[in-house]
Design a protein around this ligand. Sequence first.
Ligand code: MN
Length: 294
Amino acid sequence: MELPVKPLELIVAPPAYHMVGDGFRVHNFIPSVYRLDMHRMDPFIMMDYNSKFLFPPSPQQRGVGVHPHRGFETVTLAYHGRVAHHDSAGNSGIIGEGEVQWMTAASGVLHKEYHEKSFSESGGYFQMVQLWVNLPAKDKMSPPKYQAITRADIQPIILDEQGSRLELVAGFYKDQKGPASTFTPVHISTAYLKQNGELSMQFPAHYTVCVVAIEGEVVVNTEDVLPQDHLGLFQNQGESFTLQAKADAAILILAGEPIKEPIAAHGPFVMNTRAELVQAFNDFNAGLFGELAD
Ligand code: MN
């Protein structure tokens, strides 16, 4: 049976970049772009995209120093370069090309995010996406945790004889499940399509769904070209869409069931009410997020 087509709602060019610390040169798609606010993109409440950029060698590790988070998860996908992470819950890790850091801040952590030491020293191409995935109210104050999702965890799903593949991080593709554990239904994958490669994806009509052209461009639903570094947002109706690559391309695919709860957000804290936000600042100032050395 043919599922109804999920139409594109809009294509968004990458907004002007800004620096996060000295290591992340990012285009903020969510929530700063008009029409990509936290409510529209629920459960994806933030997306920073570091388009492919050549960092020169640096004796100091580039990155962003110790800072807090509460109420959500930070998900960092590395496409080029290597990222290191340390947090006050005692977790740390280094991820490289095609790997993912999934940090559940939940009740609160301090963390720092850097270019991995030898990558900083040698310099090189750096490209990554950081997402904040919201947590439902019942999980916002659960204990922090950390998932390092490495090459060994991500078994590429082969899509065609040319070698197009889907690297599934979270959620499902047909009957296959990605390695990340999530609190609400979320799908995150990257499709690496070879020339003339094609992929059809299905999600429930009410899910929030978007794609980002990480490398190359793709044709969406046989009609619209999504250029490199652009985001394509789908309507919350219809269930099935297609991606076709005229030349080799890599496409990030995000889909999630909206949590549909009130959002009270300020800086690194995303809660449900203003009182919880004030509490987050008070707890942070009282040192309740733990300790982490610079
Ligand atoms: Mn952070």
